[in-house]
Write a protein that binds this ligand. Structure first.
Ligand code: LLP
Length: 419
């Protein structure tokens, strides 16, 4: 575990703050993130790639809280966004809009217009039809939209199928075999300024070989395009570096990743763009939840907690594993339990058949590695309020998103006249 997280006596601390203290102040459940951790993760990337002209565009979808975005922008990050909403968040955070790349297979005309007006670095265009619409929007505005084509390099990222995006059957990007022709067409368009190539092959990747294979293909394509007179300045290799979810997982360090990538770029004129999300935020965050009830079935023991699949979807959706630790170390004896939430679905679990120290009603548990794709994927299922988010820095903590109120949750609904 990172030095920002440790037990002092029997109490679990994030940096200089006891998690029990935060729980007493904000109630449970809640997400909590360590500033030190996210800063160190970003600095590790920056250092690893310091020998190359590199822009690190934090992937906003991983954790889009405005305070988190501000923290990254203060450290020098750009952003990878996928919607007009995320663009608005970057603006609110005071981020540099000239360092924004805009990905996603279904951008609307309105989103394109807003991004051109904002002056983003480039669009990652994912289909020929999208390219034509963007050209049209650019012309309408009397502007040229800066563009990368997102190519699909047909690479197996060897990760969970739901988060593998660079193989032929995936909905993402333009087939690499067609890319050259589409680039030539794009280069003639009045509303388009071709400046980059992009790919993103998947997420939670441990094996570095697929990254190398993808980068080789991107560089070959870029070289061919430059020979054709097309001005490729940036190569955006996406995100995807994996993190440890189990305490003994050994993901590649950003420096190993950087070494193999930079080797491929050596002697090449291109600037590098990265889009990491999980590897910057994942291990910086925890979901803190309280034990409500213990229940013993004939086959299983259940620990029923106040957080559920609506708060943290990953276990239900990907059968993902998250370490769970007691916030106050208590009993030495252990038992095998399912940790489940109050939602009316059998898929509502945070852990299954997990050996945990014995707990009692009222105890607090920390669900680790939930700083990325945690809060952002939460919902109001079962009319549950979305939980607060807290940022810790040194011995301070601050609520960076309040717990939703029932009014906020219900106020958008209206009764029609005909009822
Ligand atoms: N760039 C693009 C175009 C992406 O689609 C993604 C993630 C990233 C960058 C950032 O990837 P990262 O560095 O975080 O691996 N909800 C899933 C993950 C979905 C990832 C979607 N795209 C999960 O909880 O595992």
């Amino acid at each position: 575990m990172h030095s920002s997280f440790q037990y002092k006596g029997s109490e679990f601390y994030m940096e200089g703050v006891s998690l029990t203290e935060i729980a007493e102040s904000v109630g449970t459940p809640f997400y909590v993130y360590s500033y030190e951790f996210l800063r160190d993760s970003f600095t590790a990337y920056k250092k690893a790639f310091s020998e190359m002209d590199t822009l690190i565009c934090y992937s906003v979808k991983a954790n889009s809280n405005i305070a988190v975005l501000k923290a990254f922008s203060d450290l020098g990050a750009g952003y990878d966004i996928v919607s007009g909403g995320e663009l608005l968040r970057v603006k609110r955070a005071g981020g540099d809009l000239g360092k924004v790349v805009f990905s996603g297979v279904g951008k609307t005309r309105e989103e394109m217009k807003a991004a051109i007006e904002a002056g983003i670095l480039f669009f990652n265009v994912e289909s020929e039809e999208e390219l034509h619409v963007l050209d049209d929007v650019g012309k309408e505005m009397g502007r040229k939209a800066p563009v990368a084509l997102r190519v699909n390099p047909d690479i197996n990222a060897k990760t969970h199928p739901y988060i593998s995006t660079g193989f032929k059957k995936s909905k993402f990007g333009i087939e690499i075999g067609r890319a050259f022709e589409v680039y030539k067409e794009a280069n003639k368009m009045e509303g388009i300024d071709v400046i980059a190539i992009d790919a993103h092959i998947g997420s939670q990747i441990f094996d570095l070989t697929p990254f190398v294979d993808s980068v080789k293909k991107l560089i070959t394509l870029a070289d061919d395009l430059v020979k054709e007179g097309i001005n490729i300045q940036y190569i955006d290799i996406g995100g995807g570096l994996g993190i440890s979810y189990k305490l003994d997982d050994k993901p590649p360090h950003p420096s190993m990743y950087a070494d193999i990538i930079m080797k491929e770029f050596s002697g090449k004129p291109y600037k590098l763009v990265l889009e990491p999300g999980r590897s910057l935020m994942g291990n910086s965050g925890m979901l803190i939840t309280k034990v409500l009830y213990l229940k013993e079935g004939t086959e299983k023991k259940f620990v029923i907690v106040d957080a559920a699949m609506n708060d943290l979807l990953r276990p239900a959706f990907y059968e993902s594993y998250h370490e769970i630790l007691p916030v106050v170390k208590g009993s030495q004896s252990k038992e095998v339990v399912d940790v489940v939430g109050p939602i009316c679905e059998s898929g509502d679990f945070l852990a299954q058949d997990r050996e945990l120290p014995k707990v009692a009603s009222g105890d607090l548990l920390a669900v680790l590695s939930t700083g990325a794709y945690g809060f952002v994927m939460s919902s109001n299922y079962n009319t549950r309020q979305r939980v607060p988010e807290v940022l810790v820095k040194g011995d301070q903590f601050s609520v960076i998103r309040k717990r939703e109120t029932y009014d906020e949750l219900l106020n958008l609904e209206e009764l029609p006249d005909f009822l």
